[in-house]
Write a protein that binds this ligand. Structure first.
Ligand SMILES: Cc1cc2nc3c(=O)[nH]c(=O)nc-3n(C[C@H](O)[C@H](O)[C@H](O)COP(=O)(O)O)c2cc1C
Length: 384
């Protein structure tokens, strides 16, 4: 094939990727999210701490996290004493230099863990250990036997970030109440509100600014798993389908894209175009605010956010965290004032009713990759 013809073909497919054409062709998209077994390390963990405790950690791992880095670590000091920490090589120093988003993700992880533990008949005592967000050990957890609390654990596996397919309807006040479950610190801005208009425009502007930051793009490139082989190897980060690049375009990028493409002008432009399309179809925004912004407050905010996120599918509501405004200092500084909020916004969520509610696609690391068991004398643990 002549060079110019090849170039033309590559350009055409890049255009397809950029324009998001062919949304319907999504069959055969990358490795599935759920593995046949519960992943490497599960059986070993069961033999050390029992099936119920191993399951609690497995459920927790379905929590959301920025770039799907899954920053958590679990050190099992004894069957009932666990230390939750974060792994430095899974921090996002460029978009999240203060580890603010990391703490929110850890909060979501803890919420899944505590909720799953209650469902298995354990009460969990949590204690914050860290003094700053860069300490490797963040919290200690202690499990104590208790009554089982009914909870549909399937919600954790079915929860997912939505990026396309939103309807333009306002969220019904009754559904909003269901989502937030009577908790404070959530504000809803319907699509025609001035706040939603600002969020839409500022998200596009913040994205345009962000894609020009070389270090940010390089960091993103490290977390995109273009090929199926990489997706299978790491089981974290963003796959093409998680970014809604599916069908023929998905096939193309899975086979021909690499880290360098994230730094190319076309990819940066496509990112801004995709964000423009996303904000155009939203039903509005939910902002999660917090009274304080210290370490404990951020973990608690992450827990509150996850409690809401887990209820969303019951009402066919899609949630799309869009953090660009809070990641770009000049936008973050004016966010509270522009939104007329007294408290600091910590999560900006594009929300709306979904046309469909497809199954989750983002991958999860096997337990082996984030759980360590300290040596302790074998003891009898309750099974089933
Ligand atoms: C604190 C936080 C910030 C996030 N920011 C963004 C964002 O700016 N854009 C985006 O598309 N997704 C964002 N997400 C969603 C993650 O990308 C998503 O949780 C991750 O890829 C795993 O996918 P899942 O939620 O479907 O399991 C964010 C998630 C968290 C917890």
């Amino acid at each position: 094939m002549s060079l110019s013809r090849r170039k033309f073909l590559i350009r055409s497919v890049q255009c397809i990727v950029a324009c998001g054409i062919l949304p319907g062709l999504s069959a055969c998209d990358g490795p599935g999210r759920l593995q046949e077994s519960k992943g490497r390390g599960y059986d070993d963990l069961v033999s050390r701490i029992g099936r119920e405790r191993a399951d609690i950690i497995w459920y927790a791992s379905f929590a959301p996290s920025s770039h799907n880095v899954q920053p958590w670590t679990v050190t099992i000091k004894s069957p009932d004493k666990w230390i939750i920490g974060s792994a430095e090589d899974r921090w996002l120093n460029e978009i999240d230099p203060k580890n603010r988003e990391m703490l929110l993700s850890i909060g979501a992880f803890i919420e899944n863990m505590v909720t799953a533990a209650r469902a298995y008949g354990f009460q969990v005592k949590t204690r914050v250990l860290a003094r700053n967000p860069f300490d490797p050990e963040l919290l200690s957890l202690e499990l104590q036997n208790d009554e089982r609390a009914e909870y549909p654990l399937q919600r954790m596996i079915e929860r997912r970030t939505m990026r396309t397919g939103f309807k333009n309807e306002d969220i019904d006040p009754e559904d909003f109440s269901f989502l937030v479950g009577g908790e404070e610190g959530f504000s809803y801005f319907p699509p025609l509100s001035t706040q939603a208009a600002w969020l839409d425009e500022a998200t596009i502007a913040a994205t345009s600014q962000q894609v020009e930051r070389e270090n940010v793009q390089e960091e993103l490139a490290r977390w995109i798993r273009w090929s199926d082989a990489d997706a299978r190897k790491f089981r974290n980060g963003l796959t093409p389908e998680a970014m809604d690049i599916t069908g023929l375009a998905g096939w193309y990028v899975r086979n021909f894209y690499g880290s360098d493409d994230v730094l190319a002008k076309d990819f940066r432009k496509a990112t801004v175009e995709r964000v423009k399309k996303q904000v155009a179809e939203s039903a509005g925004w939910i902002i999660v605010t917090a009274e304080k912004s210290g370490l404990t407050a951020l973990i608690e905010t992450g827990r509150r956010f996850e409690r809401m996120f887990l209820r969303a599918k019951d009402r066919s509501i899609g949630i799309h965290p869009m953090s660009q405004i809070l990641e770009e200092k000049n936008f973050a500084e004016k966010a509270a004032a522009m939104l007329m909020l007294e408290k600091q916004p910590q999560l900006l969520l594009r929300v709306g009713y979904m046309r469909d509610y497809p199954s989750p696609v983002s991958l999860r690391m096997p337990l082996d990759d984030f759980t360590r068991v300290s040596i302790f004398p074998s003891m009898s643990v309750r099974t089933e």
